[in-house]
Design a protein around this ligand. Structure first.
Ligand code: URP
Ligand code: ZN
Ligand code: ZN
Length: 474
């Protein structure tokens, strides 16, 4: 049925204006003042509210096996939490388990497709490189996978040597992939971890102390240099240190095709959070740094050095022995308690996919740090452009998917936290925060899937989106 959304203010990455939206089937078909509709239609009066393109979170890990457990949101529960927070498209990472990349992709589809509740795409991790892998990478393009993640850390597990990153990037350049870099120094980390354990240091804060910021800064510089030498574009994931932003800014000023993302956790938290008795809740890789780093990253967002805010959503229970109620069922999934005596055994990652828009709106737009248009750019339009989804996603234009968030900037949540956020875990990093601004309604390809606190969606409704290669470098 035709839907008309009337009375709202449309916010795009470049404009703010009042207009009605006409949706037919899955698409936006018309935008204008006082649109007249002849046939049967459903009308939504959103006077006083804002109309945003659905959020695009390009960094999630659902159902990811790690350290004898698995990230506690799967491709249904994580998508549902994302939707409540105003995100309608996510991109998840396919682990490389063999040199048969297409088989690995098929395995990830088998986990995701029947559960998906919002639209989704995949990145491919390249964590072991040989001629077979080199020959197979181009086959990912017809699968709609146009991004490759490589790691300079996690020695003997995920790390690629520099030469293999260089080889990967040459292939990327030829076929139009964007390479995504996890930037830390794996060699230094291994030495520091060994020394910390030998000295009897097992507390969560040693996770951060053994992964120094300088290793991340140096690895960003290395990535930039490999981009320059291969000619391939590069995107730095989960940027966490001001020095990383400095490297990126320098490279961009030289005209190199390098971009970056940061995540909410790196804007609001620091190493002191890992010193708390419940510090394991904040363990992720790379770790949180200092307040100066938080400020450096804010600056990089404001001045355009960093283009995207994603989440790296990879949740684990804090106490995986205590059941939570999820959709009426008791759920326990082993989590952070696995490392209660040893920080190296704490699963790395944290919940955030549903928090991203509400927390950032409160802390950035409501507090005057960025404009509503910059917010839309960072949360939706830039990631859609960089990751080959635009203008199907990330935009409010005739012909775009009708992924629409009706945003209530006046809605106040006095006590945000685990009871609001819908993640399938037992804690929330923003517990007790006062939020100003929240989703009122969410449409996925024209279907109303979130109405206030009511979930109207279902597993399997999310569609896999094939992305285009040679996407925008911005
Ligand atoms: O701690 C994290 N971030 N876990 C997910 C893996 C990664 O490197 O993004
Ligand atoms: Zn990473
Ligand atoms: Zn990640």
């Amino acid at each position: 049925m035709v839907k008309v959304i009337r009375g709202g203010t449309i916010i795009t990455s470049s404009e703010t204006y009042s207009a009605d939206l006409l949706i037919e089937g899955e698409k936006i078909v018309q935008i204008g003042k006082n649109l007249s509709v002849s046939e049967n239609f459903e009308q939504f009066d959103v006077t006083g509210k804002l109309i945003l393109p659905g959020g695009v979170d390009v960094h999630t890990h659902f159902d990811l096996p790690m350290f004898d457990t698995v990230s506690s949101d799967d491709h249904y529960t994580g998508h549902k939490a994302a939707a409540f927070g105003g995100t309608t498209t996510v991109i998840d990472f396919v682990p490389q388990n063999s040199d048969q990349l297409i088989r690995d992709v098929d395995d990830w589809h088998a986990k995701a497709d029947h559960k998906a509740a919002i639209d989704f795409g995949f990145h491919m991790n390249i964590t072991a490189f040989n001629q077979n892998v080199a020959d197979t990478i181009p086959q990912l393009i017809p699968e709609g996978i146009t991004t490759l993640k490589v790691f300079t850390a996690y020695n003997n597990r995920l790390r690629l040597l520099d030469g293999d990153i260089f080889r990967t990037m040459r292939i990327a350049k030829e076929y139009g992939f964007l390479t995504m870099l996890h930037a830390e120094n794996g060699d230094v980390i291994d030495i520091l971890v060994e020394e910390a354990l030998a000295a009897g240091h097992f507390e969560p804060v040693y996770h951060a102390l053994t992964r120094p910021a300088w290793g991340a800064v140096e690895a960003v510089a290395r990535g930039v240099s490999l981009s320059a030498q291969s000619g391939a574009p590069l995107y730095i994931v989960h940027m966490n240190a001001a020095g990383e932003a400095d490297q990126l800014q320098y490279a961009r000023e030289l005209g190199l095709p390098v971009m970056g993302e940061t995540c909410p956790q790196y804007l609001f938290f620091n190493i002191d959070h890992l010193r708390r008795p419940d510090g394991a809740k904040w363990i992720c890789s790379p770790p949180m740094r200092t307040e100066e780093d938080n400020e450096g990253l804010w600056l990089a967002l404001k001045n355009g050095t960093i283009q995207v805010i994603a989440t790296d959503h990879c949740p684990f229970f804090y106490d995986g022995k205590m059941p939570i109620q999820y959709e009426g069922q008791p759920i326990t999934i082993p989590g952070k308690e696995l490392g209660k005596d040893n920080f190296t055994k704490i699963p790395n990652g944290l919940p955030c996919v549903g928090d991203r828009l509400p927390v950032l709106w409160t802390e950035s737009v409501s507090k005057g740090r960025i404009t509503p248009n910059q917010f839309v750019a960072l949360m939706s339009t830039n990631p859609a452009k960089i990751f080959g989804l635009y203008p199907q996603k990330g935009s409010i234009l005739p012909g775009s998917d009708a992924d629409i968030v009706i945003w209530d900037p006046k809605m106040k949540i006095p006590n945000y936290g685990v009871n609001w956020s819908h993640h399938r875990t037992d804690y929330n990093l923003f517990e007790g925060w006062v939020l100003q601004g929240y989703t009122d309604k969410v449409f996925l390809r024209g279907k109303l899937i979130v109405d206030g606190q009511h979930w109207l969606g279902n597993s399997g409704q999310g569609k896999y989106i094939k992305r285009t290669p040679f996407a925008t470098v911005m």
